[in-house]
Design a protein around this ligand. Structure first.
Ligand code: GPK
Length: 828
C-alpha cells in the first residue's frame, strides 16, 4: 500500500508539473505573445497601458496554473472547507500582489527591463477593484490573502458589481461622486465561467403539497434571474496554493416569457430581460446605515442563493448524506448582510432535499459562524416584513417558524418575561414590523465573534447582552488583523528589505511573529539611520504625490500627520480639524522666539463621505476651507500645512501609509469596533495618536503605551460625560468652534449645522470634553518628534510590536475556534 500511495504521489506530481516557465526569456516571450494575441497590438508599437495588460495576462496564466492545481488537490483530499460570505471585498490592485505572492516579482522586473519597461510604472496603470466601502470590506480582502497563504481550503463568495465604490472628486472643496465603471478596460484578474451559473428565484407564491401524507412546500417564483460565476484567483505567499474568490453577476434567465414574445412586442421583451442585470449593477455606498431598499435585499439574496446552490452542488458531488454536511462545510457570515444564507440552507434542506425540520435544524445549527462589526444597536439591519414577504415568501415563513421554536424554548428557560422575549425575538413588532437580521444570525450560529476584545465586551454587555446571558459560550472574539504581504511587502519595498536584512531572513513574511526580533536593534544607530532613510524615501514619494495633486509643496522635515478613513462623526475628523485650527491660532499669536520652537507639521486628511451623509460632507468642506486659509498664509509658511487627499482608496493608502510619521485613530471610545488602518500604520513604523477604542487597547499592550500617544475618555466614562448637563469644555475649544461659526474660514451659513453638532450639551461624540487631552497628546508628539533618536526607536518598536495584528493570526484563530478546518497544502 505504501507503493500504491507513492504511485499516487507521482501522478500528483506530474499533475502539478509546471507548464509555464519563469526565467526572464520565457517571461518576455510570454508578454510579447499577449501583446500580439490578447491585447492585439503590434509588438512594435504598444503603450504602457497595453504593456500592463499583456503583463497581467501573463501573470494571470501563472495564477490559473496554481489555481487549477489547488482545485484538484482540494477535490482529491476532500477536506472540510470554509465558505466566506461577504457582500463586500475591497481588493485594490492585483498585479504587484500577485507577482510577489507567486515569488516571481524580480524575474518579471528583469524581463520588463529588457523590453524597455519599468515594472513599477506598469503597476501604476492598474485601477482599483473597489467592491466595498471601508474597513469591513478591506478586512475580507486581507483575510483571503491569509487563508491562501496558510493553505486553508477556503473560498470567498460575493457580488461582482459593475460599478464599485464611487470616485470622489472635489469641486471648490465640496465632495462630488462619480461612477466607478471599473470594468471599462477589461479585468484580467477574473475568469468568466459562463457554464457555472444558477437560477435565483424571487417573488411569487408558496403552495402546500403532500406526498404519502407528508406535507411540503413548493415556492412558485414570480421572477428568475441567472447568477453567473466570475472567479478571482487569490495566490498564497510561499506556497503553491491559490484559492478562489467567486463573485456572481446577474444575467437574464434562460427561461423566456413566451407570452410577451408572442404578443408581438419583441423589442420590449428583449429590453425587459436586460433588467435582470440591475441586481449586480452597483455597490451601495452607505456603510452601516440600513436603508430598507428592495434592491439591496435582492442583492443579498441573489449572492446568497447562488453561493448556497454552488456549495451544496459541490458537496453532493462526493456525498449523499446531509448529516455529513457540517463535517465538510463551514459558513462564515461577514456582518448580517449574508445571513439569509441560514434561511436558504434550511429551505433547501426541507423543501428540496425533503429532510424533516428537526434534522435540518440540527444540521444548520452546526454550520454558521457569525462576525459582527457593529457597536451601535440602532444601526443593526432590520428588514421590513412586507418587503421580505413579497420578495421571498417562503423565507419569511421559515423565519417565523424558526422564531416560533426559539420563543417556545426561551419561555421554558426564562418564563413569561415579556420584555426580554420581545427584545430577543427575530420579529420586531411596531408601526413597521421588521425582521432583525442580527437576532436571526445569533440564534442560528454556533459562534458569534467580535473583532477586538473591547468590541467583544460591548457585544456582551450592550449590543447583544440578552443573548450573551442566554448563551455565553457562543460569544468569542478574534481581534482583526491585516496582511503584511500587502501592507509591508507590496506597499513598502524599502522597509521590507531593511527588515529582512536585520532579521537575517524573509521568513517574517509568512511568520510575522518574527518581527519582535527588531526590538533588540531598536537603539542601534546603524539601524536607526537606515530606518530614517526608508521613511524619507517614502515621504518623498508622498510629497510628490501631494504636489502633483494639490499644487502644495510640503517640507520633508515636517511631521507628516495622517488621518485617512471613511468620514464619520464618531471617527472625529472634526476633532482633528479643530485641533489644526487651534494650532493655526497659536502660531498666528506667537512671538518670534516661540515660533522657532514650533515643530512643523503637514496634516493630511483623506476619506469618502456617504453621498447622503450631510454632516460628513460638511466636514470635508471645512477641511478645504481651513486648508485654503492656512496654506496661503505667509505668516505660517512651512510650520503648518493642511492637505485633503481626494479619492482615498486602497492604492492611495499603499502610498500614504508608508510615508507618514504619525497617524490618528481618535474615535469616541466605544464607537470603533476594531479599526484596522491603525495596524497598517503600525507595521510601517508610524506612531499612533489614539483613543482607547477598538483594537488600539490591544495595540498598546503589544507596543507599550509609552510608545504611543493615548488620550481621551475611556469607554466607561463616556455615558457619564454625556449625562453631564454642561461639561467642562475648555476655552480653546469654544474659541475654535466660534471661529468657524463666525465665518473666519468663510461659508458661515453652510457650517452652522456642523457647529451645532458640537455645541455644549449636544456634543454627542464628546469633542469638547476630549479636546484638552487631545491637545496634550499632540503636544507630546511634537516634543518626541524633535528627539530623533527616541522617535526612531519608538518607530522601530511599533513595527516590532505589530506581529499580533496580522490577519494570519486572525485566520488561524477562526480556523481552530470557529470553523474547524485544517490546512490542505498543495505539493509544489
Ligand atoms: C463596521 F458595521 C460596520 C460597517 O458597516 N462597515 C465597516 O467598515 C468596520 N465596519 C468597523 O467600523 C471597524 O471598526 C472594523 O475594524 C472593521 O469594520 C472591520 O471589522
Amino acid at each position: 500500500s505504501s507503493g500504491q500511495s507513492r504511485g499516487k504521489a507521482e501522478r500528483m506530481f506530474r499533475l502539478m508539473d509546471e507548464f509555464l516557465k519563469n526565467d526572464p526569456m520565457s517571461l518576455q516571450k510570454d508578454i510579447i505573445h499577449h501583446v500580439e494575441f490578447t491585447v492585439a497590438r503590434s509588438r512594435f508599437s504598444f503603450d504602457d497601458f497595453e504593456a500592463y495588460q499583456a503583463l497581467s495576462h501573463s501573470v494571470r496564466d501563472r495564477l490559473i496554473e496554481r489555481w487549477h492545481d489547488t482545485h484538484q488537490h482540494f477535490k482529491k483530499k476532500d477536506p472540510k472547507r470554509l465558505y466566506f460570505l461577504s457582500l463586500e471585498f475591497l481588493m485594490g490592485r492585483s498585479l504587484s500582489n500577485s507577482v510577489i505572492n507567486l515569488g516571481i516579482r524580480d524575474e518579471y522586473a528583469d524581463a520588463l527591463a529588457q523590453l524597455g519597461f519599468e515594472f513599477e510604472v506598469l503597476a501604476e496603470q492598474e485601477g482599483d477593484a473597489a467592491l466595498g466601502n471601508g474597513g469591513l470590506a478591506r478586512l475580507s480582502a486581507c483575510q483571503m490573502d491569509s487563508l491562501a497563504t496558510l493553505d486553508y481550503p477556503a473560498m470567498g463568495y460575493g457580488l461582482r458589481y459593475q460599478y464599485g465604490l464611487f470616485r470622489q472628486i472635489i469641486v471648490d472643496g465640496y465632495q462630488h461622486e462619480q461612477p466607478d465603471f471599473w470594468l471599462n478596460f477589461g479585468n484580467p484578474w477574473e475568469i468568466e465561467r459562463v457554464q457555472v451559473s444558477y437560477s435565483v428565484k424571487f417573488y411569487g407564491t408558496v403552495e402546500e403539497k403532500a406526498s404519502n401524507g407528508v406535507k411540503y412546500h413548493v415556492w412558485v417564483p414570480g421572477e428568475t434571474v441567472e447568477a453567473v460565476a466570475y472567479d478571482n484567483p487569490i495566490p498564497g505567499y510561499g506556497t503553491r496554493n491559490a484559492i478562489n474568490l467567486r463573485l456572481w453577476a446577474a444575467k437574464p434567465s434562460g427561461q423566456y416569457d413566451l407570452e410577451s414574445y408572442n404578443t408581438g412586442d419583441y423589442i420590449n421583451a428583449v429590453v425587459n430581460r436586460q433588467k435582470a442585470e440591475i441586481i449586480s449593477n452597483v455597490l451601495y455606498p452607505d456603510d452601516r446605515s440600513y436603508q430598507g431598499k428592495e434592491l439591496r435585499l435582492k442583492q443579498q439574496y441573489f449572492f446568497v442563493s447562488a453561493s448556497t446552490q454552488d456549495i451544496i452542488r459541490r458537496f453532493k458531488d462526493d456525498h449523499d448524506n446531509f448529516d455529513e454536511f457540517p463535517d465538510k462545510v463551514a459558513f462564515q457570515i461577514n456582518e448580517t448582510q449574508p445571513s439569509l444564507a441560514i434561511v436558504e440552507v434550511m429551505r433547501v434542506l426541507i423543501d428540496e432535499e425533503r429532510l424533516a425540520w428537526k434534522r435540518a435544524w440540527e444540521i444548520v445549527c452546526k454550520l454558521f459562524s457569525f462576525t459582527s462589526h457593529s457597536v451601535n444597536p440602532e444601526g443593526l439591519e432590520k428588514i421590513p416584513v412586507d418587503l421580505l414577504g413579497s420578495l421571498l415568501p417562503r423565507h419569511l415563513q421559515i423565519i417565523y417558524d424558526i422564531n416560533h421554536n426559539f420563543m417556545e424554548e426561551l419561555k421554558k428557560k426564562i418564563g413569561q418575561d415579556y420584555r426580554r422575549l420581545d427584545q430577543m425575538s427575530i420579529v420586531a413588532e411596531g408601526t413597521v414590523k421588521t425582521i432583525r437580521m442580527a437576532n436571526l444570525s445569533i440564534i442560528c450560529s454556533h459562534t458569534v465573534n467580535g473583532v477586538s476584545r473591547l468590541h467583544y465586551e460591548l457585544l456582551k454587555t450592550r449590543v447583544f447582552k440578552e443573548f450573551y446571558d442566554l448563551w455565553p459560550q457562543k460569544f468569542q472574539y478574534k481581534t482583526n488583523g491585516v496582511t503584511q504581504r500587502r501592507w509591508i511587502v507590496v506597499s513598502n519595498p524599502s522597509l521590507c528589505s531593511l527588515i529582512s536584512k536585520w532579521l537575517g531572513t524573509e521568513e517574517w513574511i509568512r511568520n510575522v511573529d518574527l518581527l519582535v526580533g527588531l526590538r533588540e536593534h531598536a537603539s542601534n544607530p546603524v539601524l536607526q539611520q537606515e530606518w530614517r532613510m526608508v521613511k524619507k524615501i517614502n515621504k518623498i514619494r508622498l510629497a510628490e504625490y501631494i504636489e502633483t495633486l494639490t499644487g502644495v509643496e510640503v517640507s520633508l522635515d515636517a511631521m507628516f500627520d495622517v488621518q485617512v478613513k471613511r468620514i464619520h462623526e464618531y471617527k472625529r475628523q472634526l476633532l482633528n480639524i479643530l485641533g489644526i485650527i487651534h494650532r493655526y491660532y497659536c502660531i498666528k499669536n506667537m512671538n518670534e522666539s516661540d515660533r522657532k520652537k514650533v515643530v512643523p507639521r503637514v496634516c493630511i486628511i483623506g476619506g469618502k463621505a456617504a453621498p447622503g451623509y450631510e454632516i460628513a460632507k460638511k466636514i470635508i468642506k471645512l477641511c478645504h476651507a481651513v486648508a485654503e486659509k492656512v496654506n496661503n498664509d505667509a505668516d505660517v509658511g512651512d510650520l503648518l500645512k493642511l492637505i485633503f487627499i481626494p479619492d482615498y482608496n486602497v492604492s492611495v493608502a499603499e502610498m500614504v501609509i508608508p510615508g507618514s510619521d504619525l497617524s490618528q485613530h481618535i474615535s469616541t471610545a466605544g464607537h470603533e469596533a476594531s479599526g484596522t488602518s491603525s495596524m497598517k500604520f503600525l507595521m510601517n513604523g508610524c506612531l499612533l495618536l489614539a483613543t482607547a477604542d477598538g483594537s488600539t487597547v490591544e495595540i498598546a499592550e503589544e507596543v507599550g503605551s509609552e510608545n504611543m500617544f493615548l488620550f481621551g475618555a475611556k469607554v466607561h466614562e463616556v455615558p457619564q460625560l454625556r449625562e453631564k448637563a454642561t461639561s467642562e469644555v475648555p476655552i480653546q475649544f469654544v474659541r475654535v468652534v466660534r471661529m468657524v461659526r463666525d465665518g473666519y474660514f468663510g461659508f458661515k451659513d453652510y457650517f452652522k449645522s456642523l457647529c451645532d453638532t458640537v455645541e455644549d450639551g449636544k456634543d454627542f461624540y464628546l469633542l469638547g470634553s476630549d479636546f484638552s487631552s487631545y491637545l496634550e497628546a499632540q503636544a507630546m508628539a511634537d516634543r518626541e518628534f524633535v528627539n530623533e533618536e527616541k522617535w526612531t526607536r519608538m518607530s522601530i518598536l511599533s513595527t516590532a510590536g505589530s506581529g499580533r495584528f496580522s490577519s494570519d493570526r486572525t485566520m488561524d484563530e477562526y480556523s481552530k475556534l470557529s470553523w474547524g478546518i485544517q490546512p490542505c497544502k498543495c505539493p509544489f
